[in-house]
Design a protein around this ligand. Structure first.
Ligand SMILES: Cc1cc2nc3c(=O)[nH]c(=O)nc-3n(C[C@H](O)[C@H](O)[C@H](O)COP(=O)(O)OP(=O)(O)OC[C@H]3O[C@@H](n4cnc5c(N)ncnc54)[C@H](O)[C@@H]3O)c2cc1C
Length: 322
């Protein structure tokens, strides 16, 4: 099916057909960790690792796209003696994989480190720490791939892109960016990456280098607990719509732009508010259908209003998780 065009650009966004659940979590298959390296700065408060996994022994070779997720089933049992449940990790490699053959894929994993609710003792998330602790050569059990909605369109050259990421929400955008740039697409691509501190930025040097080498790619950071390098005070990703309005509004108002949002659940609210505050008429309607009453008091929107009084259109693609 082809996408149809209207005066305001493509009315239908056709996503590629992808395979899902080739291996179910109830029947996971072995894969091998081949690389595991820190991808935050050494002094970051949290720990995020780029983990590459050889899926050569599975039916998933060549079938994993950025925007889909890999299932990881940690070894051992939970406190009730049952096998651990599957956890999902967004695929951060491009469609060709890290190896060019779709046999080695990457995930970007943040160690979950917390306090136990009951006794305030250290709580270590099961799967994230399991995966971050694996060494090259270690075997892990995987399932997937999962997801079919958070993908680049089939004809990805026909669009421009605004990517908003917080934390490990950057994972799919690394892969998507490589897919776009390697296809020599002329699409305009803007990535806004949010993190609490500069040291928490992921793949930062890589994105800086890509922005230097590709005129159609703009990389912008938003640091929420520090002053920005450009002199602005603390910022969340959505604030960049306002502070970078000269660069971003022409792209956002364009008829072929898609907005992708990935990261912490809740981040979409602020982005929707900034869109509504900075765009109007058709430019806004291509992303959000808002009740008239909602538009009269944008700053008071809350998460319960999303999908009710404030409805994202198909031009907004979201993958958010707790
Ligand atoms: C579509 C999708 C994509 C994802 N992509 C990524 C990704 O790219 N990178 C990534 O790092 N994560 C990603 N996640 C999240 C990931 O799946 C896991 O949820 C995350 O890694 C935590 O899993 P865990 O096993 O380490 O933690 P768990 O052991 O499952 O614990 C999770 C949380 O439960 C709470 N908790 C549970 N029990 C207790 C207790 N007794 N005391 C205190 N707190 C407790 C803690 O707050 C903790 O944060 C994604 C999730 C989804 C749904």
């Amino acid at each position: 099916m082809m996408s149809t065009a209207t005066a305001r650009g493509p009315s239908e966004i056709v996503l590629p057909e992808v395979k899902m659940n080739i291996h179910l979590p109830t029947k996971p298959v072995p894969a091998v960790v081949v690389r595991n390296e820190l991808c935050t700065f050494k002094k970051a408060a949290g720990f995020v690792r780029h983990v590459e996994i050889d899926i050569g022994g599975t039916q998933m070779i060549g079938e994993c796209r950025p925007g889909q997720a890999l299932g990881v089933i940690p070894e051992g049992t939970d406190k009730n003696g049952k096998p651990h449940k599957v956890r999902l990790y967004s695929i951060s490699s491009p469609t060709r994989g890290e190896d060019g053959k779709g046999k080695v894929i990457a995930v970007t994993v943040k160690r979950t480190i917390d306090e136990h609710w009951e006794n305030n003792k250290l709580f270590l998330g099961v799967a994230s720490n399991y995966l971050c602790d694996r060494q090259p050569g270690d075997r892990i059990m995987v399932s997937g791939p999962n997801g079919k909605r958070f993908l680049l369109p089939k004809d990805h050259t026909g669009y421009d892109y605004m990517f908003f990421a917080t934390g490990t929400g950057i994972a799919p955008f690394r892969g998507m960016l490589i897919d776009l740039l390697e296809s020599r697409s002329q699409s305009k691509i803007v990535l806004v990456m949010g993190a609490p501190y500069t040291t928490d930025l992921l793949y930062h040097d890589y994105f800086l280098r890509m922005a230097g080498e590709n005129k159609n790619f703009t990389y912008i950071t938003a640091i929420s607990r520090e002053k920005q390098n450009d002199g602005h005070d603390r910022l969340y990703v959505q604030d960049r719509v306002r502070t970078e309005r000269d660069r971003l509004l022409p792209i956002l108002a364009g008829p072929r732009t898609l907005i992708y949002i990935c990261g912490l659940a809740g981040m979409e609210l602020g982005i929707f508010q900034e869109l509504a505050l900075n765009l109007n008429g058709e430019a806004l309607e291509q992303y959000l259908e808002c009740d008239r009453e909602a538009l009269s008091d944008i700053r008071r929107w809350n998460r319960q209003m999303i999908h009710k009084q404030v409805r994202p259109t198909r031009r907004i693609l979201m993958e958010v998780y707790a």
